[in-house]
Design a protein around this ligand. Structure first.
Ligand code: HAM
Length: 420
């Protein structure tokens, strides 16, 4: 019997939680500053929500945790966007929310990938979706939100990569050119690329197996197939990024691993030597047909998702000072048979919103002081049988070495005053 975590999954232990909470609170805070609202969608959905007609991405075709019950075929969510758009349509949020609807989400995602550093089978994403307004400045604002998060964590060694996939007309012209170009090379293409060429020839360019072959390098470039509108849209995105002072690099190979994008696509990657293969911290792009796909109106959206495991590990590598303080306001120590009184004192202090721990085992004074020290107690309250009779307690402040005796009624007031 194997009782260890399944391959590609990790426990997040109490000693790591302070970092997770701090990062999540920074992300929520920045999302709020941009006036985004949180949405939580289910961890599993009908398979069809993720496995859409003609989707050629590896995520959908190879990495999904799909399963059937007696009546349904379901899948664990491999990403957040599909569920959010499904919810946006199902609850007709396009009617009840001001557009653009600005939504953010945070939670676990599941992909059956080969695990390695920075790549897990269960991982966590923070993501945003901005739905309903198609303006290049919105694209820049979305990128800025992600950029702010990374900068807030003091991550300096990064690059913003950006590209455009153009509108439908441009992409269709390009797809045709790619099909014509690759068809004579059919015998050289890997099995997956045969499927990709059929479903979405852009994916062939993303192939890890064939990527170094000469005919890949000489393939037609998307930039040569962009129509004027698409070029103008992209120019305005870049100029808005310039206005915000966000540096970027245009990467005309960037097509992203998912199928739903048009126009702007972007990734933020770490440039540290030790980040190697899994260097993408966040990625996203614009989608023109997703809202319609689930039965909603013709609305365009744009979003991105950040991988939390990668972000936290990078913040640590870059020396971000996490606030790991896990102090308690007071630690209550009891001497003799005073468990019930210790319990009562802790209860009163907690009712007053203080963080309190204590000992109900009545161990030796020395070992209880040690526990108070480990809990990083700001104040230590000592309660013996004599004190209980006199209705008082002793309070010590380890840092200042100050010590007082106060009546039971004055504990909360004294702690609040002196701890402040
Ligand atoms: P994605 O590029 O598939 O995009 O994932 C976004 C981020 O999630 C990656 O940059 C990475 O940090 C993290 N990530 C992905 N797979 C793993 C993994 N196996 N282990 C650890 N981290 C991982 C999306 O998911 C799109 N939904 C983004 C989006 C939102 N596009 C539009 N709106």
């Amino acid at each position: 019997m194997n009782y260890q975590t399944a391959r590609g999954t990790h426990d997040i232990l109490p000693s790591e939680m302070a970092e997770w909470n701090e990062v999540e609170s920074i992300m929520k805070h920045i999302a709020k500053a941009y006036h985004y609202q949180e949405i939580r969608t289910p961890y599993f959905e009908h398979l069809a929500v993720f496995k859409r007609e003609n989707d050629s991405s590896d995520m959908v075709n190879k990495e999904m945790y799909a399963f059937s019950t007696e009546t349904e075929t379901l899948a664990l969510r491999p990403e957040g966007t599909a569920g959010v758009i499904r919810a946006f349509d199902e609850h007709k949020l396009y009617g009840s929310m001001e557009l653009p609807a600005k939504l953010f989400y945070l939670g676990a995602m599941f992909r059956h990938e080969r695990p390695q550093k920075g790549r897990q089978r269960q991982f966590h994403q923070f993501g945003i979706e901005n739905i309903g307004i198609k303006e290049p400045e919105v694209d820049a604002e979305v990128i800025a939100l992600g950029y702010d998060i990374v900068k807030k964590l003091d991550i300096q060694n990064i690059k913003v990569l950006i590209n455009t996939l153009g509108d439908d007309e441009s992409r269709n012209a390009y797809r045709t050119a790619l099909r014509e170009y690759f068809t004579p090379h059919l015998d050289d293409l890997c099995g997956d690329c045969h499927r990709r060429l059929e479903q979405n020839p852009l994916r062939v360019l993303d192939c890890k197996v064939d990527k170094d072959k000469d005919y890949m390098k000489n393939a037609p470039k998307l930039a040569d197939y962009l129509n004027e509108e698409s070029k103008a849209y992209f120019e305005r995105v870049l100029s808005a990024l310039d206005a915000l002072g966000i540096p970027y690099e245009i990467d005309d190979h960037l097509v992203r691993g998912l199928d739903y994008y048009s126009h702007t696509v972007f990734e933020v990657v770490s440039t540290r030597d030790d980040s190697a293969a899994q260097a993408t911290i966040f990625g996203g792009g614009r989608y023109d047909h997703f809202v319609e796909y689930f039965g909603g109106p013709e609305l365009s959206g744009i979003g991105f998702a950040i991988g939390l495991e990668r972000l936290i590990s990078l913040a640590k590598d870059e020396g971000y000072a996490f606030n790991n303080e896990d102090e308690v306001d007071a630690y209550v120590i009891g001497l003799g048979s005073v468990q019930k009184e210790v319990l009562k004192v802790m209860h009163e202090l907690r009712k007053a919103d203080l963080i309190v721990d204590g000992n109900l085992q009545m161990r030796s004074l020395k070992s209880q002081f040690k526990s108070a020290d480990r809990a990083k107690a700001k104040a230590i309250i000592i309660l013996g049988e004599d004190e209980v009779k006199a209705n008082t307690v002793n309070i010590k402040w380890p840092t200042s070495k100050e010590q007082v005796t106060v009546s039971m009624e004055d504990i909360v007031k004294t702690i609040k005053e002196k701890n402040a």
